[in-house]
Design a protein around this ligand. Sequence first.
Ligand SMILES: Nc1ncnc2c1ncn2[C@@H]1O[C@H](COP(=O)(O)OP(=O)(O)OP(=O)(O)O)[C@@H](O)[C@H]1O
Ligand SMILES: [Mg+2]
Length: 311
Amino acid sequence: MQGKYCGLHATKVTTNANSPSLSFKANTVKEETALEDKCKVIAVANQKGGVGKTTTAVNLGVALGKSGKRVLLIDADPQGSLTRSCKIERPDDLDVTLSELLAYEMSGDSKDMFFDDPIRQFENIDLIPSNISLSGTETALFNCMSRESVLKRAIQPLRRMYDVILIDCMPSLGMMTINALVAADSVIIPCEPSFLSVKGLDLLLHSISKVKRQINPDLKIDGVLMTMVDSRTNNARDITRALRDAMGININVFNIEIPHSVRATECPNVGESIFTHDPKGKVAEAYANLAQEVIGLERKAQVRPRPYGVR
Ligand SMILES: Nc1ncnc2c1ncn2[C@@H]1O[C@H](COP(=O)(O)OP(=O)(O)OP(=O)(O)O)[C@@H](O)[C@H]1O
Ligand SMILES: [Mg+2]
């Protein structure tokens, strides 16, 4: 199947029941704006490796899907861990990935570039996969106009098709992660209860505030999410308490903590979310509760009064 990216809606045949329908018709500008406003783009970011970013993107995505949200995951990491976790065993064999979307966006006026629809299905949600070619794309971003906002422009047509877009960032603060922060409305920061992970948050918060100041003033931090928490150890309890004190009222630390569980480590191997692999386990329960907390944040943001009616 060949499809031009702009015609994505017309060529899409593999979406989930929750997902946008095939026959998505062009709306009036007013309707489109309303639908775009409804979509929330969340970057799952932390430059520290192995803190649970990918696990959170998959399981929060599936949990939001279970709550009736139309969800798209975007793998913004050339390691392709999210892609693998979503049961695509050999990401490097894929011809169409996030790289092609970004290349299309960077191509400027050569808008005649064609490629297949990149969107794949996983359980009840959709995915734009990635593979090693994304590292070449990241290098290409440096020579491109408005290089920080290429991803934002590339996913703009998708905003009207989904309620939530989750971007799984790579463990770095390079150009791809900056693009994710510019494209996002908010950030979720997974963090392990370890001294070094908590120390590393300063660097990330600094980058977020720089992006907010210079490019994306509306960027919000949804919260720091403690992952792989072994509540039996004093260390995990002490670090979590210290983090809550340090963040104070300025930065939310989610009430929900994701417990450590061997069942969660098995998920990427079998290409299943925790809801399929261990539906009755404590990690599934925690991610389901996190989804409700995230939905709650969205509702609060919607009812917050705006001074002078300014958005
Ligand atoms: N709640 C959990 N309990 C036990 N193991 C977990 C849990 N969450 C994630 N893991 C495991 O920890 C490892 C790192 O998780 P994950 O890949 O999600 O981190 P990441 O931050 O995306 O890593 P990277 O920085 O490399 O992208 C994986 O092996 C994963 O299966
Ligand atoms: Mg990852």
